[in-house]
Design a protein around this ligand. Structure first.
Ligand code: KIV
Ligand code: ZN
Length: 501
């Protein structure tokens, strides 16, 4: 059996489906180019029939990227397939990913259909897609809960119809690793013609087993796995790309390879987290802030004597370089450019100059500038183009005082001011803001990320605001906690303003 495992990245499709994580086309191109540099084999760029934005992104990503196959998702519906084929017209290598639910629950409740009819629809969709492209992947949605014997019949039929890849999604994240591994083995042992297609895993993390299930699939013969950066995706997310890539790299005994340049993992993880406003949990494997931090005395002692005592991988292998130059107010433009490019951000001269000016201002306020600060500065530059900008904020608060805030906003060039009280400084500032912006908005969550390196450190704030039944995610960072909270709130408002535009 082949020892190469193909990496199919669905950050821009399954990952981007998460409410509040939507990216615009320019941001998607930035991620797609970084995925190409990372070495993924396939980029699932979107679901073209679902929205003009998705359609456009598939077109633009197809133009921007050379080596990876560009894949577009469809239902087993002719119109979807035609639109996907059209969106893929500029792709150098292209794939249509079509499919239908195969579990009894999907067949009965979603399609009000029968097992036989579902096979017919699957075959028809694959044959139709093959009229447009040579590479057709079929997904059997909810395969995790589909009876193996029936699943084998579906898989055999779609391979005969021309499917080159067959995806076995554990859509609900229900399977146990041994169960999922046995499912893949069952297909390999029972499907006539299985050697004519690659079996793909697509696991969700509802019970925290996505990576274990993907590995079970691979060890039983799957040779493609569908993954996302930082494991983002619907509900509890998808399998993390970085986890699979590093498992295969660390466990050389498995004899399996990928094309991933693992040194690009960390910069890309930061890029995706920043663009999607989706913080990475500190203890997240491979890319979390604490993934390589040894705090217990026994561990520190061991690591200082020899890294291998407690480290199974070198942080440098995933692109974390502890010896990287520390940036301070004395650092020059070249050092800034170098560090940004290590983080996967390559700026044009003009943008570099403006970021450098902001960098010097921040470096005056805090001694050392870390990677988060840099990504925040690059993001703040983009925020300058926003519809609503914070002009000023003044807050008085303290023990025995009623918190009062006055705020100035610049809305598309027009200036507005207001003042209000609240039960704390953030509440007062948001009350003042709401006197200018009369929209129905409810703050659902506000998370302040810890200050890790002293009282002069930058505070990062993530907020979720509900507006007209939808939740929007905002982010800001500032050395002032109240300003960061209000800026993150304004970031959310700009997001729903951009969508409504
Ligand atoms: O989880 C799933 O079943 C999917 C399919 C559409 C591939 O994302
Ligand atoms: Zn999925």
């Amino acid at each position: 059996m082949e020892n190469r495992v193909f990496i199919f990245d669905t950050t821009l499709r399954d990952g981007e489906q998460v409410p509040g994580c939507q990216l615009n086309t320019v941001e998607k191109i930035q991620v797609a180019k970084a995925l190409e540099a990372l070495g993924v084999d396939v980029i699932e760029a979107g679901f073209p029939v679902s929205s003009p934005g998705d359609y456009n992104s598939v077109i633009e990503i197809s133009k921007a990227v050379t080596w990876p196959t560009i894949c577009a998702l469809t239902r087993a519906v002719e119109k979807d397939i035609e639109v996907a084929a059209d969106a893929l017209k500029y792709a150098k290598r292209k794939r249509i990913h079509t499919g239908i639910g195969t579990s009894d629950s999907h067949i009965k409740y979603k399609f009000n259909s029968t097992r036989e009819e579902i096979i017919e629809r699957a075959v028809k969709a694959v044959k139709f897609a093959r009229r447009f492209v040579d590479d057709v992947e079929f997904y059997a949605e909810d395969a995790g809960r589909t009876d193996n014997e029936y699943l084998a019949r579906v898989v055999e039929a779609v391979i005969k119809a021309g499917a080159t890849v067959v995806n076995i999604p554990d859509t609900t994240g229900y399977c146990l690793p041994n169960e999922y591994g046995e499912k893949i083995k069952y297909l390999i042992d029972h499907v006539d013609g299985i050697e004519n297609a690659i079996i793909s895993t697509h696991c969700h993390n509802d019970l925290g087993m996505a990576t274990a299930n993907t590995m079970a699939g691979i060890m039983n013969g799957a040779r493609q796995c569908e993954v996302t950066i930082n494991g983002i995706g619907e509900r509890a997310g998808n399998t993390s790309l970085e986890e699979i890539a590093m498992i295969l790299k660390c466990h050389k005994g498995l004899g399996l390879d990928t094309n991933i340049n693992t040194k690009q993992i960390y910069p890309l993880s930061r890029m995706v987290s920043g663009l999607m406003n989706m913080p990475v949990q500190p203890n997240k494997a491979i890319v979390g802030r604490n993934a390589f931090a040894h705090s217990s005395g026994i561990h520190q002692d061991g690591v200082l004597k020899n890294l291998t005592t407690y480290e199974i991988m070198d942080p440098k292998d995933v692109g974390i370089d502890d010896n990287s130059i520390v940036l301070t107010a004395r650092s020059g433009r070249a050092a800034l450019r170098h560090r940004l490019s290590e983080l996967g951000v390559n700026l044009e001269e003009e943008k570099l100059n403006s970021t450098y000016e902001q960098f010097l201002k921040l470096a005056d306020k805090k001694k050392e500038i870390n990677d988060d600060d840099l990504l925040m500065l690059v993001g703040a530059d983009i925020a300058q183009m926003n519809h609503i900008k914070l002009d000023f904020l003044q807050v008085t608060s303290g023990v025995g005082l009623q918190p009062v805030a006055s705020i100035g906003l610049n809305i598309a060039g027009e200036k507005f001011t207001a003042a209000a009280t609240g039960n704390g400084p953030v509440d007062a500032a948001i009350n003042a803001l709401k006197q200018i912006i009369h929209r129905k908005m409810t703050l659902k969550e506000l998370t302040l990320q810890s200050i890790s390196k002293g009282s002069d450190d930058t505070c990062k704030v993530h907020v979720q605001v509900e507006h007209e039944g939808k939740v929007y995610y905002g982010f800001a960072a500032n050395t002032d906690i109240v300003s960061a909270s209000v800026e993150a709130y304004i970031d959310c408002i700009n997001r729903f303003h951009n969508i409504e535009k």
